[in-house]
Design a protein around this ligand. Structure first.
Ligand code: NOJ
Length: 543
């Protein structure tokens, strides 16, 4: 039996920015419930919710203070149960975010660990310093700065691969594994479909030896990325928990996963699919501080390599950590809609499960950059500190660079209509709106047959209808020129996809000029001839 995740499309909800039902400026679960009909009409069948658990929100919920309660701004556990049953009525399944590399420093376990209390002290990674004032090793946090924090009362340091407010759990401790299994069962028993597992290939630290290299962030990762222990743990979770729930999905957020490692995660049921980062780095330099000119060929090379090397992919161009794809890979000026549709064509016709990030289906933009002091993003603030204090980059330039890291910008509230508050809130939104101030919004796009939203609807439907598109093999065609051209093949049937991600026309190679087939969808009017227009995309059922 085909699994839902092999056939359907996932929609990522960033709950704080999706829909606010009570006017406090923050999205909430009743708000999500009120938009389920919209989501059903889009045709998505799986909803992934970024964290909604109790949290001090230092990292906007990726710092969980209690896995069994819902953040009060989001609603209650009853609201959550209602979300679940209302989604089910509409044929949609819910995927939760599982954040278990670390907890919040406000989690009860950590508070007790800080008091040196058994068994909680051993739930985390505490070590003696090398000598007075010197941490146990030279690792740096993913958010930059040392990965250890000193606790004077214990004369020990604790490990945090992210912020000091996010202490790492000790996955060498069997009790931690049992706690996580309990959390998984709690939600699976409620009927949750599965989990998107936050930074899941960093959880098991094989050793605490010094890291090599000069990385300002993530130094030491050779000791904890995709380790043997990590593979064993995921197998254990499958054996002890997931295997008892045949209809489930486990999605990994995984850093630096090459093709053999990725295949290994899939082979033994460790993960059903995983997010890679390589394709999201093609336009970045200096770890993301500087955006480089986007070259579509580079994106194609990375995507095609994974398409060919990995059995199944999680396909995404946007999420709550990445600036919007349209200004990066598309065109926000004269080709805004057509380029959004070209990117949609790519997203929904590659092999794997496509993930749409809320607002992407409208062609949403980022919020404008603002002063780093105003940012609510802990990563952005910490990177700015590094740029200024350690690298001595002048303030103006450092602020400009920090803007590229500011995740507040891609978390701008969803634009539902043109009214004040954009239909997101009747109060004051917790974050600024996208830079077009909601000109692209659900209400206006629903009125037009030609909108980005209408195109997404058609594409999602098409992907479900055509077996080649959701289950077919991937066959790359043009791999030298500037064109994205590939077939999706199922038995004797095949569908050809051609996409131009340039702002100028692109001549087709001769063998593609005379293809025989039926155009299933294209993002421009006019006949398919010897070239594709700027950002043109076409999907053709070959005869
Ligand atoms: C990845 C999440 O997507 C991101 O938002 C978060 O800051 C880090 N993991 C740490 O949990």
């Amino acid at each position: 039996m085909k699994q839902t995740w092999e056939e359907e499309v996932v929609y990522q909800i960033y709950p704080r920015s999706f829909c606010d039902s009570n006017g406090d400026g923050v999205g909430d679960i009743p708000g999500i419930i009120s938009k389920l009909d919209y989501l059903a009409s889009l045709g998505v069948k799986i909803l992934w919710l970024s964290p909604i658990y109790k949290s001090p929100l230092f990292d906007m919920g990726y710092d969980v203070a209690d896995y069994y309660s819902i953040h009060e701004q989001m609603g209650t556990m009853e609201d959550f149960d209602r979300l679940f049953s209302e989604s089910k009525k509409r044929g949609m399944k819910i995927v939760m975010d599982l954040v278990v590399n670390h907890t919040s420093n406000e989690h009860e376990w950590f508070k007790r660990a800080l008091r040196g209390e058994a068994p909680y002290h051993d739930y985390y990674v505490f070590r003696k310093g090398k000598k007075k004032g010197v941490p146990p090793n030279n690792w740096t946090s993913m958010f930059t700065g040392p990965a250890w924090e000193y606790v004077p009362e214990l004369d020990e340091w604790y490990l945090h691969l992210y912020d000091a407010a996010q202490p790492d759990l000790n996955w060498h401790n069997p009790a931690v594994k049992e706690e996580v299994k309990k959390i998984l069962r709690f939600y699976l028993d409620k009927g949750v479909y599965g989990f998107r597992c936050d930074v899941i290939n960093q959880i098991y630290k094989e050793s605490y030896a010094n890291g090599k290299g000069l990385n300002a962030s993530g130094k030491g990762m050779e000791h904890y990325l995709s380790t043997e222990g990590n593979h064993r743990i995921l197998q254990e979770l499958y054996r002890d928990v997931f295997s008892a729930y045949p209809d489930h999905v486990v999605i990994g957020e995984t850093l630096n996963v090459d093709i053999p490692t990725g295949e290994r995660f899939l082979r033994d049921h460790e993960l059903d699919m995983f997010f890679t980062f390589e394709h999201m780095n093609v336009d970045k330099a200096l770890g993301g501080g500087i955006m480089k000119k986007f070259r579509p060929e580079k994106l194609r090379k990375v995507l095609f390599d994974y398409q060919q090397g990995v059995r199944w992919n999680a396909i995404y161009f946007e999420n709550h950590d990445q600036l919007r794809s349209l200004p990066r890979f598309g065109n926000t000026k004269e080709y805004r809609d057509i380029s959004a549709k070209a990117l949609a064509t790519l997203l929904l016709t590659l092999k794997g499960t496509p993930f749409i990030y809320q607002g992407q289906e409208l062609g949403m933009l980022n919020a404008p950059g603002r002063d780093v002091d105003e940012s609510l993003d802990c990563a952005c603030r910490s990177i700015y500190k590094l740029l200024r204090k350690s690298l001595h980059i002048p303030t103006g330039l450092a602020k400009k660079m920090a803007c590229n890291f500011d995740r507040d910008r891609c978390r701008a509230p969803m634009a539902w209509n043109e009214e004040r508050g954009l239909g997101f809130t009747s109060g004051k939104a917790w974050l600024p709106f996208a830079e077009d101030d909601g000109t692209h919004n659900v209400a206006s796009e629903e009125k037009s047959e030609d909108s980005v939203l209408a195109y997404y609807r058609k594409l999602i439907r098409l992907r479900r209808e055509r077996i080649e598109l959701h289950a077919g093999e991937f066959d790359p065609l043009d791999t030298r020129g500037s064109l994205f051209a590939y077939r999706r093949v199922s038995g004797k049937d095949s569908v050809l996809i051609m996409i131009n991600l340039y702002a100028k026309p692109l001549a087709l190679p001769r063998y593609l000029q005379s293809v025989h087939g039926k155009v299933l969808l294209q993002n421009y009017s006019g006949k398919l001839e010897g070239s594709l227009p700027p950002y043109g995309a076409a999907i053709i059922a070959l005869e």
